[in-house]
Design a protein around this ligand. Sequence first.
Ligand SMILES: [Zn+2]
Length: 260
Amino acid sequence: MNCLETRESLSAYVDGELPPDRATEVAEHLSSCDECAREYEHVLATVRTLREELVRHRAPDVLRARVRSALREERLAPPARVMRTPGRSWRIPWHVVAAALVVAVASSGITLLARGGRTPQSLLAEEVLTSHIRSLMPEHLTDVRSSDQHNVKPWFNGRLDFSPTVPRLEEQGFPLLGGRIDYVHGRPVAVTVYGRRQHVINVFSWPVDPDGDAAPPPEARHGYNLQRWRRDGMEYWAVSDLNAAELGQFTALLRGSGAP
Ligand SMILES: [Zn+2]
């Protein structure tokens, strides 16, 4: 295999998409050609950075869809284009993907900052939503994983200066998944996690000055629904990509279940 063929195969090689005999040929060439080996390192580094960025910005479905569509367009690109620039053809996909990713991440960040008027409530909503999205990353959802409130509630003891309510709503179709501690509004807060089919509902709670109960209307941001309420000196936020009607049903159950 010559340099040209190797470079054309690098992207597929990194992705593990080459047939075994072809992959062996690439590996053999890389072990004997410093220049191609350097290009290979460069592709590897680019892919690694992209993967880290994807995990760090594990983002709303809109963003994932944009990246996916960028990938798809690239895959559908006519082969003629690849033939015109054979030596560099392997660069095109990852650069296009990288550019699409940067634009998508940046624009979603800008949207986050631009919307909502930057009131304290709006900033708080963004913080809660960011925490919700972060929790959807692998291994970030729960510190204590249990469907039993008698495991979840005591877990918070000694970890917080308040005790969150953890009602059991499984029979109503909202199984408890667990709990965790998160940081919102400059303080540690309790998060109880519930499920609804494939959807995750995070319920945030923390103490506030007991100056009146409130339950403003629910709001939608970036494809997620948020419901806030205050009762008995506690602030609550429920966040999910579940539809607004079912999230409303959930928060009504939560608020009617005794404590919140
Ligand atoms: Zn070479």
